[in-house]
Write a protein that binds this ligand. Structure first.
Ligand SMILES: [Ca+2]
Ligand SMILES: [Ca+2]
Ligand SMILES: [Ca+2]
Length: 256
């Protein structure tokens, strides 16, 4: 599905005056979206394999910084985290980031039977566009109290995420579009589509995915029959924090 078809699939359910209003709001959101959140980079944990049973740890985190000269002084947060051998995830684990050196993930108040203590050292510093390999010598994990599962990592890379990619395979294709539609109007789920890290999947995320649609796709993906596109009113309502200006303009236009 090309970007043009992507737009068309989305717009096809919009007809008449409502459709016109929706298109106007959508276009303005896309324009504003291109200026917003320029100081946040998302990273994914790729191919991070534990020495215990070759289990894989996956995750995605954001790194927000004020200016490029102080990139290392930013703030990080996981938006998704899966760690084998434990039910703890980004909602109750504590992560501390030093993008020049390491990422540490712990369960506050580790007890004998339940704990997480992971340190991923980086071979090279992360940059806004550059990946870092996990240091396989120094990085360690201890999961489940007193290290019922502990060891080293067999592989791992931390890479800047492709905006619009939901499933971590560094492309933006029909599967990613399907994930966004499935989560639209609510909190991000598995294969999260919250690209601007506001804990909600809405038009802003749609605009980000739209801008990157087709990235990394080497062959033409099968076309998708879009049957679950949200209604325009729901879309606009779920845009939630849209600037008041946009709302006023939309209402005025709709009355005409
Ligand atoms: Ca993808
Ligand atoms: Ca894909
Ligand atoms: Ca969002």
């Amino acid at each position: 599905m090309s970007q043009g078809l992507y737009d068309r699939a989305f717009f096809d359910s919009q007809t008449g005056v409502g459709g016109l209003c929706f298109r106007i709001v959508f276009t303005l959101v896309v324009m504003i979206g291109s200026y917003a959140h320029a100081d946040t980079v998302n990273y994914t944990l790729d191919n991070v394999i534990l020495s215990d049973n070759n289990a894989q740890m996956t995750g995605r985190f954001s790194w927000t910084y004020d200016n490029i000269d102080e990139f290392g002084d930013g703030r990080g947060a996981f938006s998704y985290l899966y760690i084998p051998f434990t039910l703890h995830d980004h909602t109750d684990l504590e992560a501390s980031f030093d993008v020049g050196n390491s990422i540490e993930i712990t369960f506050p108040g580790n007890v004998h039977d339940d704990g997480v203590d992971i340190t991923l050292f980086l071979v090279e510093p992360l940059t806004p566009t550059g990946s870092a390999s996990v240091d396989l010598v120094r990085s360690k994990f201890e999961i489940g109290g007193n290290g019922f599962h502990d060891g080293v990592f067999l592989s791992g890379v931390i890479s800047p995420a492709t905006s619009g990619d939901t499933d971590g395979d560094h492309d933006v294709d029909d599967a990613d579009y399907g994930n966004l539609v499935a989560q639209f109007g609510g909190a991000p789920g598995f294969d999260g589509a919250d690209f601007n890290n506001d804990n909600r999947v809405d038009l802003r995320d749609f605009a980000i995915q739209r801008a990157n649609f087709g990235f990394g796709v080497t062959s033409a993906p099968a076309s998708v029959t879009v049957t679950t596109v949200p209604e325009p009113v729901a879309l606009i309502l779920t845009a939630g924090g849209l600037p008041l200006l946009l709302k006023r303009r939309r209402l005025r236009l709709c009355r005409q």
